[in-house]
Design a protein around this ligand. Structure first.
Ligand SMILES: [Zn+2]
Length: 281
């Protein structure tokens, strides 16, 4: 699903699931909106389930209070949030981990949260290859200058796959800079952030702290609350607590004497400077 616009996209945010880009970068997206800089969110794992749900998926649907085709509802939540933030909305219909099955046996690949957060992307080489091919196509179509990918903090298998597929897809694109964003809410745990950096042997030591206004923070909160099925007030212990994410943004803001901030990482000073110039233009 693509909302067609004619202007060149400046920054693409790669989102594993139908909320990650906004949870992690929603304030920056609002800042870019205010500066009339075109953005796009490409969500990779937005597909609807097929066949019988696994017990894990059924349990999560129950927590989210969503029916069998939960992703259809989640795509609508995401669409509304991205309209608010004026980002082009592109969804690739790959199945997220709770729906994925072994191609040979038809068995569900992940039967517990522990398996999902301890997953190894090397076990899903075919999917990874398909993700990278799809992304190459989408990024070429966007003709963008920067692609923001998740650091992979928290170790969710879908976030790791998005990270690796993003790196692979950008490697073949000239004139596309790669920037990493801190996956929220997982990055609330600083150990998770550093484990992600170590896991990918990231030399991404150049931190980019994007200062946000009160207006940007309010817009981020409004957008997050549109993902109603994913909030703690709906989904209980597996839900998101917006106040924690906003408090993290306010903490980061102290570093730059601003109301709030979001943080990105780059591998070199050139990429850092390039990204900062777009943000400030
Ligand atoms: Zn996610």
């Amino acid at each position: 699903m693509t909302i067609v616009e004619t202007s060149r996209i400046s920054i693409v945010f790669l989102s594993p699931h139908l909320d990650d880009a906004v949870l992690s970068c929603g304030g920056t997206m609002n800042l870019l909106k205010r500066n009339n800089i075109p953005t796009e969110v490409i969500t990779l794992f937005a597909g609807s389930p097929e066949g019988e749900l696994s017990p894990l998926a059924a349990w999560m649907h129950h927590a989210w209070k969503l029916p069998y085709d939960a992703p259809a509802y989640r795509r609508e939540e995401n669409r509304n949030a991205l309209v608010l933030l004026n980002a082009r909305n592109t969804c690739a219909l790959f199945n997220c981990s709770i729906y994925r099955k072994d191609a040979r046996t038809g068995q569900h690949l992940y039967s517990s949260k522990e398996q999902i957060f301890g997953g190894n992307w090397h076990n899903e080489e075919t999917l990874l290859s398909n993700l990278a091919t799809e992304l190459e196509k989408q990024i070429a179509t966007s003709n963008c200058q920067v692609v923001c990918i998740p650091l992979g903090a928290g170790g969710h298998i879908d976030h790791l796959l998005t990270h690796v597929a993003g790196v692979q897809a950008c490697a073949s694109q000239e004139n596309v800079q790669l920037v990493y964003y801190e996956d929220l809410p997982y990055s609330l745990d600083t150990n998770a952030l550093h484990r992600a950096a170590d896991q990918f042997s990231l030399s991404a030591r150049y931190r980019i702290t994007v200062s946000l206004s009160e207006e940007d923070l309010r817009a981020k909160e409004t957008a997050i609350r549109l993902y109603r099925s994913q909030l703690a007030e709906t989904a209980g212990v597996i839900g998101i607590t917006p106040d924690k994410i906003l408090a993290y943004s306010r903490d980061l803001g102290r570093d730059t004497f601003s109301a709030a901030a979001e943080r990105f990482w780059a591998c070199d000073s050139h990429t850092k400077g390039f990204f900062e110039r777009i943000i400030r233009s």
